[in-house]
Design a protein around this ligand. Sequence first.
Ligand SMILES: Nc1ncnc2c1ncn2[C@@H]1O[C@H](COP(=O)(O)OP(=O)(O)OP(=O)(O)O)[C@@H](O)[C@H]1O
Ligand SMILES: O=P(O)(O)OC[C@H]1O[C@H](OP(=O)(O)OP(=O)(O)O)[C@H](O)[C@@H]1O
Ligand SMILES: O=C(O)c1cccnc1
Length: 495
Amino acid sequence: MNSAPLSGLYAPSLSLLTDLYQVTMAYGYWQQGLQDREAVFHLYFRRPPFQGGYAVAAGLAHAVDFLQNLRFSEDDLAYLGGLQSSKGGVMFPQEFLEYLRELRFNCDVDAIAEGTAVFANEPLIRVQGPLLQAQLVETALLTLVNFQTLIATKAARIREAAGSDTVLEFGLRRAQGFDGGLSASRAAYLGGVDATSNVLAGQRFGIPVKGTHAHSWVMAFENEEEAFAAYAKAFPDDSVFLVDTYDTLEGVRHAISVARQMRAQGHELGGIRLDSGDLAYLSREARALLNEAGFPNVRIVASNDLEENLITSLKLQGARIDTWGIGTQLVTAYDQPALGGVYKLAALRKPDDSGWDFTIKLSEQLAKTSIPGILQVRRYETENGQPRADMLYNAAEPLPDHLTIVDPLDATRRRSVRPEAPYRELLKPVFRRGKLVHELPTLAESRAHAQREVQSLDPSIRRFLNPHTYPVGLEESLNTFRTNLILEKRPQQKT
Ligand SMILES: Nc1ncnc2c1ncn2[C@@H]1O[C@H](COP(=O)(O)OP(=O)(O)OP(=O)(O)O)[C@@H](O)[C@H]1O
Ligand SMILES: O=P(O)(O)OC[C@H]1O[C@H](OP(=O)(O)OP(=O)(O)O)[C@H](O)[C@@H]1O
Ligand SMILES: O=C(O)c1cccnc1
């Protein structure tokens, strides 16, 4: 099953999923006759989230779905037509609304595949086409890609901590609204969790759904044993009993007693879940009780505000947990609730069509100054596929014979590239003149890709505490061009 569509949820149109200023600029460009001037934008982030060393790209499938369905419906046009300026007149004249009615997305889009490990400053998406359109889609692309990339990265970190244990995503009830919960379930699966409790995400995106039962189930019966037995009757081959409603280790004994009854009827208890207390101690005690009673295969599930650092700590403490249920911390990206991805104009076709004007956004901080050009990301790898360094270069200019990668923050830090060094180019064509030219992978394929990608990174980049910075630099001539453009645009100080 493909991981889209998103649009079906919000039928008939998502075209107003934008900030008002995109529509006011669109009107302004149209009024100036600039709507078809060719432009290039890049979507990228400036720092990996969670003080980590990498991010996992996600959200492209929904971005593609959004772009494919970009059409202003009659309802959208009626709404825009009803907006008033501060003096009370219409904000958008009828002729412009007619223009929007006929508008069809016809840009070129290149993008890095979902699941790919990505780093600061690398365009995840490049949009090239009529200025009005390329600008108009900024907000939607950012909202779709920023959040899913953030959550996929969090999930990859949790996967790293959990190793080969099962990880279940339990976050919907604590998510940032139902749409946040839905996107989070998708991105968490892409980033490496095994299943979700979110049934709508299961239906929409083909994610496996799994779960146990709540405390209220136990509370609804006379006693714990009765509650477990009743659940076992309903799901004789898929029961996981939540054992901490009253007293955890007593709960484990009750689970064992029901597990014996189940075995007598030819069924095996699947697991127990711990949801409070000292999870290291309780899981060890529970494991011992289960093993002694002849139930070494009953799995121990743990939940309670877990995240990657707690999982790591619990493992170090010798916890005997087989399955991790993770909600709040994962779906809200609790420790960093937003990825600061941006969308910047990098090139404009000259008015006389004689080539490109490359554009730059200056900042007091060099790290925030944008990168001009029509960028491509080239990833150099070892013979066995381990990423070594990434080079951003301007695909609109010829590459020199001898390549040098320069750190954009410190031009004295540079590495020369062996001509025979193996590499792959990360930005791949997705749309050409508005037509989808790339068959998207399934969500499961993107998830498998993410696991290979993260595993291929050096452990020093994957670690949680003070990871190494993966080298991402500019091809030397691009760096020189950028420096000169900064000098040209920045007003000279006089002393
Ligand atoms: N051995 C442990 N080492 C470190 N943290 C733990 C350990 N066991 C549990 N935790 C974590 O400590 C936090 C607080 O646990 P605690 O049991 O106090 O939670 P609680 O929700 O207040 O419990 P209760 O529901 O009994 O009130 C949770 O995030 C939990 O995952
Ligand atoms: O802790 P999280 O990582 O966010 O995981 C989800 C939490 O949601 C449930 O608790 P809740 O108290 O909502 O319901 P319950 O009565 O079923 O435990 C579950 O028991 C987990 O503790
Ligand atoms: O199935 C579960 O155990 C579950 C589902 C949602 C939230 N907490 C737990």
